[in-house]
Design a protein around this ligand. Structure first.
Ligand code: ADP
Ligand code: ASP
Ligand code: MG
Length: 409
């Protein structure tokens, strides 16, 4: 008998009809002789609605109360799904994160799971019940409700699968697998049969929200077999695998993008040791995360220009800090632009193929797309470009690296 953890995202449980359809899928898996744990998200749009309500009352809502609020969406769907299962003759029980002891740290809105006590779930499974667990939420040592960050139900599912030593963790969503890029941007995107954990981790951290980053991290660390599939149609989906020697590697596996970049530049800073720290220290003290960094020595070598990117939400705050720094360091000017995006190509095949970067830059230049910043690692190359080039950039690269569906066939 296999133990399977299935996770259904917001669209998959977005209406009564959808919840009933999910119940049928869960029952079918159980009828095939499996033990089944189901993790569900809130109905689509619900988490956003709750956040908007809170903002109407207080834009800077208390993090503890925010988590009490936004964790409620999942409590609705666990109860409804359990009822739908019972209705079709499938014994089921719902549990909130706290009830199955999903213990997290106290970092509200981005808590990390520390431990799960699987005993209660195990007892239900042995009694022949389907267990339905609320995604996205846990409790800290004090018993306060926490949430795991947007998209966090993926992480709940993988963590449950790890704790229960499940045979597979299946992430059911509104696309039938992981694609070469977001099919909403490039209709020619192609479903991947497999993708390595390393690549999936890069794709997720570079903006592909099909899986939450922490879910991929967790699955890699605890060896959880992970598959992304459609809740709307049958199919094999995409298996997330460890790299095998024998695997024929394409140069590039996928393209990720992130619409939330903002760029800040300080010009004409007197150059001396410690200047990078003087510029970025106050930014990090304000809890603003910096992504890419570029430093240029000016022609006269006595001053430097320094550019970095932050999340758009932090743009105004970061610019204010940088302007103050510019004044105190005697720099010429601090300026910024919050209409930037980042496009990245990802692939373990990059390790064994030279010239990928120049191929990328050539493709972008052939479309007149100006690159503002570049960063590379062993298996990815990212560029920051103006947001008006997002679609064109993604599609151009998709074609340049032969990722289009026709090219593969
Ligand atoms: P869920 O609510 O089921 O968790 P999400 O909206 O979080 O679903 O994730 C699924 C969405 O991820 C898809 O609808 C798709 O637009 C987007 N997406 C982004 N990048 C990719 C990719 N490389 N492959 C597949 N889907 C992607
Ligand atoms: N409901 C949460 C969100 O919208 C968690 C999830 O869907 O995974 O982010
Ligand atoms: Mg999601």
């Amino acid at each position: 008998m296999a133990l399977i953890v299935q996770k259904y995202g917001g669209t998959s449980v977005g209406s009564v009809e959808r919840i009933q359809a999910v119940a049928e899928k869960v029952k079918a898996a159980k009828d095939r002789g499996n033990q089944v744990v189901v993790v569900v998200s809130a109905m689509s749009g619900q988490t956003n609605r709750l956040i908007a309500l809170a903002h109407e009352i207080n834009a800077e809502g208390d993090p503890r109360e925010m988590d009490v609020l936004i964790s409620t969406g999942e409590q609705v769907t666990i109860a409804l799904l359990s009822m739908a299962l019972q209705r079709i003759g499938c014994p089921a029980r719902s549990y909130t994160g706290g009830q199955v002891h999903i213990l997290t740290d106290s970092a509200h809105s981005k808590a990390r799971i520390q431990d799960i006590d699987g005993a209660r779930v195990q007892a239900d499974l042995e009694a022949g019940r389907v267990v339905v667990v609320a995604g996205f939420q846990g409790v800290d040592q004090q018993g306060d409700i926490t949430t795991l960050g947007r998209g966090g139900s993926d992480t709940t599912a993988v963590a449950m699968a790890a704790a229960l030593k499940a045979d597979e963790c299946q992430i059911y969503t509104d696309v039938d697998g992981v694609y070469t890029t977001d099919p909403r941007i490039e209709p020619k995107a192609r479903r991947l049969e497999r993708i390595t954990f390393e690549e999936m981790l890069e794709m997720a951290s570079l903006g592909s929200k099909v899986l939450q980053i922490r879910a991929v991290e967790f699955a890699g660390k605890y060896n959880v077999p992970l598959r992304v599939l459609s809740s709307f149609e049958e199919g094999e989906g995409t298996l997330i695998t460890f790299e095998e020697e024998s695997m024929e590697q394409a140069k590039i596996s996928g393209i990720a993008f992130n619409r939330d970049e903002a760029k800040l530049t300080i010009l004409g800073v007197p150059d001396h040791p410690g200047v990078a720290y003087q510029i970025l220290g106050p930014i990090s003290d304000a809890n603003i995360e910096v992504d890419m960094i570029v430093q240029n020595i000016a022609a006269d070598t006595s001053t430097t220009d320094f550019t970095f990117t932050v999340h758009r939400n932090d743009y105004k705050k970061a610019l204010g800090i940088l302007q103050a720094t510019a004044e105190s360091l005697g720099a010429r000017e601090a300026l910024g632009d919050d209409t930037m995006v980042k496009i990245s190509i990802v692939g373990v095949g990059m390790r064994s193929h030279a010239g990928i970067a120049s191929q990328m830059f050539e493709a972008l230049s052939s479309e007149g797309i100006n690159i503002n910043m570049i960063s590379t690692s062993e298996i990815k190359i990212s560029v920051v470009v103006d947001e008006k080039y997002l679609e064109l950039g993604v599609r151009t690269l998709h074609e340049a690296f032969s990722l289009d569906s026709e090219a593969a066939n």
